[in-house]
Write a protein that binds this ligand. Structure first.
Ligand code: HEC
Ligand code: HEC
Length: 455
């Protein structure tokens, strides 16, 4: 079998690729050929075993333990569809996420090809979810955001069209690396398994109406389950699958990185905790009336105020004093709001307007608007930009965002008892939640540690 030698190597090698040449003076002539010109076999093989010379500290580095046959299905356009494969959006050179630089490089390449061949095509650019309704693909090109259409819960109505049964949000393409342990899937957790996720993606992004053979889905799922940010993370994941105590996924740390870990444990592990760094076990971040206690080890969706408008909301309930605008000046995705009217269990109706309702658009629970799934941070240094709307260009922007969030929560805690036990079911006494911004001197070490996570 042709792939045999390849598979042997796959078990022991961490594959890495150089970043696509663009923005570094790379000429558009050196851009990679669009995938339409190559077979899925070639694409999968190239993605997973690049020449050693192209390794770099930038760009992707991942560990794949599976077979080439599984990988090929991730790169094969879906039968009866619009020419897209999973890898059309989940790009190997972007660590199986999608960056604006990659989109723009492909767009420029397409324009170049069209000068020679007016029928030249690239399946990334499809009106179904990428075109801004104006066929100019600006949002995709500048922000790498894809339009996702969601059914509305019965109690949630769009203010502009109360009869509408769906709404759209613009979302980043997340990596599928480490998908073995990041369920539930999508920024709002609406897909429970990789199987249902793959079927939904084929319908919505590839517009395929064909019944997809179970064997194809199984291969796509296996490919994702065998793709990790490092061999250590792979071992940790296998142990979790087998129900044994997982070994630490952490590489050997130097003194600065160890200091960064202590900062991480205090400020970040509340949500990005546990062996998979996806577990929110801290009820202080659920300032929700009558939510009730969170079971120990439970996963919860949380609002870290990434979408817009950011706090303070215009009608923050009294008795809160005027709240400083902690988030002003930080980058946002600059997306338009959609206004909704949400009917509460009491029968009362409340208005809200947001760039992305997150979990609230899935459950219809007003308290869950703005909440998102907690992503794993393994391999995080390779998947900028960050957040569900790609609003943070780098880790500095992420940390600046959290500093604003910590200041905002500390303010509310002191001024309003936002986190008081009676407010959240099990929180802390007003002013005693212990939430504070990260001290300046700890930010450098924290970043050093983040760059080592999952490597
Ligand atoms: C048009 C671009 C596009 C294509 C094609 C595409 N995806 Fe995605 N994928 C996305 C976007 C955007 C999201 C985030 C959606 C959300 O959060 O609502 C996503 C999310 C995911 C996730 C969730 C990851 C997580 O951690 O939550 C997985 C897994 C995934 N895609 C796998 C696939 C597979 C498998 C295919 C092929 C069958 C595929 N995708 C095709 C754009 C795409
Ligand atoms: C209150 C829970 C919570 C805390 C505390 C928290 N995070 Fe997050 N984190 C989240 C959630 C939820 C998201 C997804 C937000 C979104 O996309 O809108 C996220 C997203 C991220 C992302 C982007 C991931 C990606 O793939 O785009 C990074 C990086 C990150 N957090 C780092 C940190 C760091 C560093 C800290 C500590 C300073 C921290 N987080 C503290 C809940 C938390």
């Amino acid at each position: 079998m042709a792939s045999h030698r390849w598979m042997e190597r796959a078990a022991s090698v961490i594959f890495s690729l150089a970043a696509v040449a663009c923005g570094d003076g790379g000429e558009s002539g050196s851009l990679p050929a669009p995938e339409a010109d190559k077979s899925p076999e070639t694409l999968a093989e190239e993605a997973l075993s690049p020449p050693a010379a192209s390794r770099s500290t930038r760009g992707p580095a991942f560990h794949y333990e599976g077979s080439l046959a599984d990988a090929i299905e991730f790169f094969r356009p879906h039968a009866g569809g619009n020419g897209r494969s999973c890898a059309t959006c989940h790009r190997p050179e972007d660590n199986f996420a999608l960056t604006p630089a990659t989109v723009e490089a492909r767009w420029q390449r397409l324009q170049q090809r069209r000068r020679i061949d007016p029928a030249a095509d690239d399946p990334l650019f499809r009106p179904i979810d990428a075109d801004d309704f104006a066929n100019d693909f600006t949002t995709l090109r500048t922000k790498a955001l894809v339009r996702v259409t969601l059914p509305l819960p019965p109690n949630v109505k769009r203010a502009d069209d109360p009869a509408a049964t769906t709404t759209t949000v613009l979302r980043a393409v997340p990596t599928v690396v480490n998908a073995a342990f990041t369920a539930p899937f999508q920024a709002d957790g609406r897909e429970a398994t990789l199987d249902s996720q793959a079927r939904a993606a084929i319908r919505s992004h590839s517009e395929s109406t064909n019944e997809v053979p179970a064997e194809v889905i199984a291969k796509i799922v296996r490919f994702q389950r065998d793709l990790f940010s490092s061999v250590r993370v792979a071992r940790m994941s296998r142990a979790l699958d087998e129900g044994v105590v997982p070994p630490s996924a952490e590489p050997t740390l130097d003194a600065v990185e160890r200091a960064g870990r202590r900062t991480f444990d205090e400020f970040c592990a509340r949500c990005h905790g546990g062996p998979t760094q996806t577990r929110n076990t801290d009820a202080r971040f659920l300032p929700v009336p009558a939510r009730g206690p969170l079971a120990s080890g439970a996963q919860a969706f949380v609002n870290v105020f990434v979408g817009t408008p950011r706090p303070p909301p215009p009608a923050l309930a009294p008795p809160l004093p005027p709240t400083p605008r902690f988030f002003d000046g930080l980058p946002t995705a600059g997306l338009a709001d959609t206004a909704f009217r949400v009917t509460l269990p009491s029968g009362a109706t409340v208005p809200t307007a947001t760039s992305d309702g997150g979990r609230g658009l899935v459950t219809g629970d007003f308290r869950e608007f703005g909440r998102f799934d907690v992503p794993t941070l393994f391999g995080i240094d390779r998947t900028a930009p960050y957040f569900h709307d790609n609003s943070a260009p780098d880790l500095d922007a992420v940390i600046a965002h959290y500093q604003a969030m910590f200041r905002f929560i500390a303010f509310l805690d002191l001024e309003g008892g936002f986190f008081a036990p009676e407010a959240n079911g099990q929180g802390c006494a007003p002013g005693a939640c212990g939430i504070r911004p990260v001290p300046d001197a700890e930010i450098g070490p924290l970043k050093a540690y983040l760059r080592r996570l999952g490597r």
